[in-house]
Design a protein around this ligand. Structure first.
Ligand SMILES: [Zn+2]
Length: 247
């Protein structure tokens, strides 16, 4: 697995589309073929390059649909590879559609504790967009923390070490790693979660960026965001039929 450092990310985004895709799938940010059925049920979507850019693909259904008493037709469902993934969040920022390099690089610099001014200069993104992405990143660790708590229950969470009586100590640590900007009230829960995960990953000698990507991939999964419709009750006339092997 390629270690997701800014240097490696820059190298990947500078040419080999297949290698970039492989890395994204290793990191858990993009689903693999065979694991993403068409929303119209059945056939597995296939991932194809969308255009000449190194960082764009499109999921395509090569199955067929058949309306009742009609000729079967190609399904032709197309889904952007960003749909339902962490990368889709860039769509909310109408001012700036970030490249994958900018998003992946942002994460790597953010988990390394770089100031937003530095990150925005380095990746050529506006400060405002950097502020938004920092908040998306905090959401990832915060959600992961809540998720762990739901799964494990109780105050003594062995994964994050989030014992109630150690919150204060964590908060001191969190202030140390986030700096004055991290003390904004709205950012406190996210920064605490960030601190707890970072501390844990450090103890386990895990790579922060890789682990962050794993959490982002778990939170933003196209299959859970947009589950395939159960069309049994509503649209009975259209049903996907077996894939044509000669197509
Ligand atoms: Zn389909």
């Amino acid at each position: 697995m390629v270690l997701p450092t800014v240097k490696n990310i820059a190298k990947l985004c500078d040419g080999d589309k297949a290698a970039l895709l492989e890395a994204l799938q290793d990191w858990g940010l993009i689903l693999r073929e065979g694991g993403y059925p068409c929303p119209k049920r059945g056939t597995q979507l296939k991932l194809r390059p969308e255009d000449d850019r190194v960082d764009s693909w499109i999921w395509i259904c090569s199955g067929y649909v058949q309306a009742r008493k009609q000729k079967r037709q190609r399904c032709r469902t197309r889904v952007s590879f960003r749909t339902g993934t962490f990368f889709e969040r860039t769509n909310e920022l109408r001012t700036s559609h970030l490249s994958l390099f900018q998003i992946l690089g942002f994460v790597d610099l953010w988990v390394s504790g770089m100031p937003l001014n530095f990150i925005s200069r380095e990746l050529e993104i506006s400060k405002r967009v950097a502020v938004d992405w920092a908040s998306f990143c905090r959401e990832v660790v915060l959600n992961a923390m809540f998720d762990l708590k739901t799964k494990l229950g109780g105050p003594g969470d062995p994964v994050t070490g989030a014992h109630t009586n150690s919150i204060e100590g964590s908060w001191r640590g969190a202030k140390a790693v986030t700096g004055p900007a991290g003390r904004k009230k709205a950012h406190i829960p996210g920064n605490l979660a960030k601190y707890m995960f970072f501390k844990r990953w450090q103890e386990l000698r895990l790579d922060r960026t890789t682990e962050f990507f794993r959490l982002a991939g778990q939170l933003y999964n196209p299959l859970t965001e947009h589950p395939p419709d159960d069309r049994d009750n509503e649209e009975q006339e259209e049903e996907e039929v077996e894939e044509d092997q000669h197509a």
